[in-house]
Design a protein around this ligand. Structure first.
Ligand code: SMO
Length: 747
């Protein structure tokens, strides 16, 4: 990685706002999403789902379904290989139930037929005999001694002795003398916070088209955030050789983390193998809500000590996360992010992953972080209000900076939390007067930048344009961002760069578009590949001029003689070199394959004004400002879009969205009418401030920005509601009935 001194700071294309290359295709309907993919002779799949939260599967009789005209195949778990262990077994169990159905909506069989309608009718004709078992869907209830045991041997980790077998992992970290540090505090707060499961709410339901031969050779087209992940997971669930499976991503209509895992892809592959035809599956919205991956829900105990001058002396937290019927809740991330913004001398955090009869949680934008921030940032605010301290000043006083030891261990490189707090303080919103029944809340948040396996290839075309092939699907404009970085690195116009997302057969392994890594990791790979190309272009010019390549520099899209040869020859543009490639040594390409470290990460601070109607408890988001460190904004419009999108999703999570399970263990609101995400009319114009504190781990100083924005809204809104009403809500979502009950309980 580059030293800070080598870093470019004078940009020509970076920081501009050109149109995105995929924009026109998307608005004109030309872009092909998962459900648009077709194949000759394809069948349509439908999935039979458990109506029980927990039930033994005694018998599956598909004879009536198979008798229906047009039905070509039925698969059950018997069509999947046995003997898997660990994570592979858990994945297979989730994709298709084995001995037991583990949650409402769990797949137990699937049908392929000549039309989607016939497939759905046939699915209803599959007769499944269940023996219902006691269930549990609440995290705290699932830990109690009397809770039903959901699964034996599900844990991937060491399970604490003496705890209920539903607890599949325990994590602990900390430092310092807790007793002494709490004794130093002038005030100590102890409180319990709860967040409900929410869904990413992506517009496009999961869809795929699969073709698998009896020889194990297959192709899969799907909407996904990471096709190499999909390939690996499908291969392990079906016992295939991953190199025999080619996965091509479609355009993707939203992911937010929910498309980093698989649900229907191996089922479509298994149906295809059995039917000998391509099979397409498109999920419905209610299937998405019942049986894909919402967030974990959390129950968290916080103890926080503060001095009269605002110094945080000690923080203790117990975090219980419910991740559905499988291990893997983002408990560690919740713990790491809860107090990531502060330098606290004494800290103790304990976390538990708990399984319940709910669908397996999946990643959702900064997975785990919003819950931890809700608890920690609410507690800080509550102490500040109690002690008459300014919550923003207290944050500034305790804020982490370069060289600070994080709550979870590592020391921070150069980061921009203080700069976001200063910018928030200087923003007119922070000092604007409040109206009646209005309160203002502030909160900060953090998310990492992941590195991970990255591969990019780049090629010069004969017309002098440049093709960039990346393996990170474009969810939020990353093709445009990558094109800007290539244009900058090569000094050629943005319009002369084409960035494409290519399939698993066309490039080395790439981690998905997750962990705020696409623009960061594929971006730095793009810059490195461009540098390789610039070197080769210089070599071609040097050969032509008959001078040493060392005496040629690449500048403004041209090779130029320099040093002793400066001015000897006119600059040679890329188009001229490209036109002669065939005669001068063949195609010119560049590659970058590496596993960059996750460096930096992005901090943000949000300010929100909430108005609460004291008669009804109804809330209105009056004004909202996002301040976040982007390191260097490649395409400021997309950075602003990420900031606004994160805030909008956080507003939904804070005020309205929740998974509601009935006493029967079934999801009560699996449609967007009842699971209501915020719509435009629920939101104010969300103001954004881009702070740029360069990331020392990236040649252009870039930080991934996608996820941090959903972390501060939950506590910022709770803090604003406390300001407006004088009551503190410690449970999400803060629906009107909950707010009203809290106001009334307060007298
Ligand atoms: S929630 Mo993200 O796709 O790491």
């Amino acid at each position: 990685m580059m030293a800070l001194d080598d870093r470019k700071t004078n940009f020509k294309y970076i920081g501009t706002r050109p149109d995105r290359p995929d924009g026109l295709d998307k608005v004109t309907g030309r872009a092909r999403y998962g459900a648009d993919i077709q194949a000759p002779g394809m069948l349509h799949g439908a999935i039979v789902r458990s109506p029980h939260a927990h039930a033994r599967i005694l018998k599956i009789d598909a004879s009536k379904a198979l008798a229906l005209k047009g039905v070509k195949a039925v698969v059950t778990r018997a069509d999947f290989p046995t003997g898997l262990t660990g994570e592979d077994w858990n994945l297979q169990e989730n994709v298709m139930a084995g001995e037991k159905a583990l949650y409402d909506g769990h797949a137990v069989a699937a049908v392929a037929a000549s039309s989607a309608l016939i497939a759905r009718d046939a699915a209803k004709l599959v007769e499944v005999e269940y023996e219902p078992l006691p269930h549990v869907t609440d995290v705290d209830a699932a830990m109690r001694p009397d809770a039903p045991v959901i699964r034996e041997g599900a844990a991937d980790y060491s399970v604490p002795e003496g705890m209920h077998p539903n607890v599949v992992r325990r994590i602990e970290f900390g430092r310092g003398d807790m007793d002494a540090a709490f004794a130093e505090a002038d005030e100590v707060l102890e409180a319990t916070y709860r967040t409900e499961a929410t869904h990413q709410g992506y517009i496009e339901p999961h869809a795929c088209l699969a073709q698998l031969g009896a020889d194990g050779k297959g192709e899969l087209w799907c909407c996904t955030q990471g096709h190499w992940f999909v390939r690996r997971m499908c291969a392990s669930v079906l016992g295939l050789d991953a190199s025999q499976l080619r996965v091509t991503p479609s355009e993707i209509g939203g992911g937010f983390g929910g498309k980093t895992t698989i649900f229907i892809d191996p089922v479509a592959l298994a149906l295809s193998r059995k039917a000998g035809r391509p099979v397409k599956i498109v999920m419905s919205r209610s299937e998405v809500l019942r049986a894909t991956g919402p967030t974990a829900s959390a129950s968290m105990d916080i103890k926080l000590g503060m001095k009269r001058d605002g110094t945080i002396t000690a923080a203790q937290g117990t975090f219980r996360l419910q991740g559905g019927a499988f291990p893997g809740a983002p408990t560690a991330e919740t713990m790491q992010c809860a107090f990531a913004c502060y330098e606290i001398p004494a800290i103790l955090e304990i976390g538990y992953d708990v399984i319940t009869n709910r669908p397996k949680q999946a990643a959702y934008r900064a997975p785990g972080a919003p819950m931890g921030a809700f608890a920690a940032e609410s507690a800080i605010d509550e102490l500040c209000r109690r002690m008459g301290l300014d919550p923003l000043e207290v944050r500034l006083k305790n804020a982490v900076k370069e060289g600070s030891k994080s709550s979870y261990g590592p020391t921070y490189p150069r980061i921009g939390l203080v700069e976001t707090l200063e910018a928030a303080k200087a923003h007119p919103h922070y000092s604007a007067p409040l109206g009646p029944n209005q309160g203002r809340g502030v909160a900060s948040g953090y998310w990492f930048n992941w590195g991970g396996e990255t591969s990019v290839s780049m090629a010069v075309s004969e017309d002098g344009t440049v093709q960039v092939s990346v393996g990170t699907p474009d969810i939020g404009g990353s093709r445009a961002s990558m094109s800007l970085m290539a244009a900058e690195a090569l000094g050629i116009p943005y319009e002369n760069v084409r960035c494409n997302v290519v399939d698993t057969g066309a490039l080395g392994v790439n981690e998905p578009t997750h962990g705020s890594r696409a623009t960061y990791a594929s971006g730095l790979a793009t810059i490195e590949a461009a540098r390789e190309i610039a070197g080769k272009l210089c070599q071609r010019a040097a050969d032509k001029w008959g001078i040493d390549a060392e005496a040629v520099i690449w500048e403004d899209g041209c090779a130029k003689p320099s040093g002793p040869n400066a001015g000897d020859f006119p600059p040679m543009p890329i188009a001229e070199i490209a036109a002669e490639m065939g005669q001068t040594g063949g195609p010119i390409s560049g590659h970058f394959e590496a596993t960059p470290n996750g460096h930096g990460g992005s901090f943000g601070t949000h300010i929100v004004d909430i108005e609460v109607d004291p008669e009804t408890g109804r809330t209105t988001v009056v004004r909202y400002t996002v301040v976040q460190d982007a390191g260097k904004a490649i395409h400021p419009a997309y950075v602003e879009g990420q900031f606004q999108g994160g805030a909008a999703q956080g507003i939904g999570w804070a005020l309205n969205e929740e998974y509601i399970y009935g006493t029967d263990g079934r999801l009560q609101n699996p449609v967007f009418l009842d699971y209501r995400v915020p719509v435009a009319s629920d939101l104010p114009m969300i103001d954004t401030v881009i702070v740029e504190v360069p990331n020392p781990g990236h040649p252009y100083g870039v930080r991934g920005v996608g996820e941090t924005g959903i972390t501060p809204p939950l506590p910022a809104i709770a803090n604003a509601v406390a300001g407006a009403t004088g009551v503190r809500l410690r449970q999400l979502p803060m629906t009107p009935p909950r707010i009203l009950a809290a106001i009334q309980a307060n007298g």
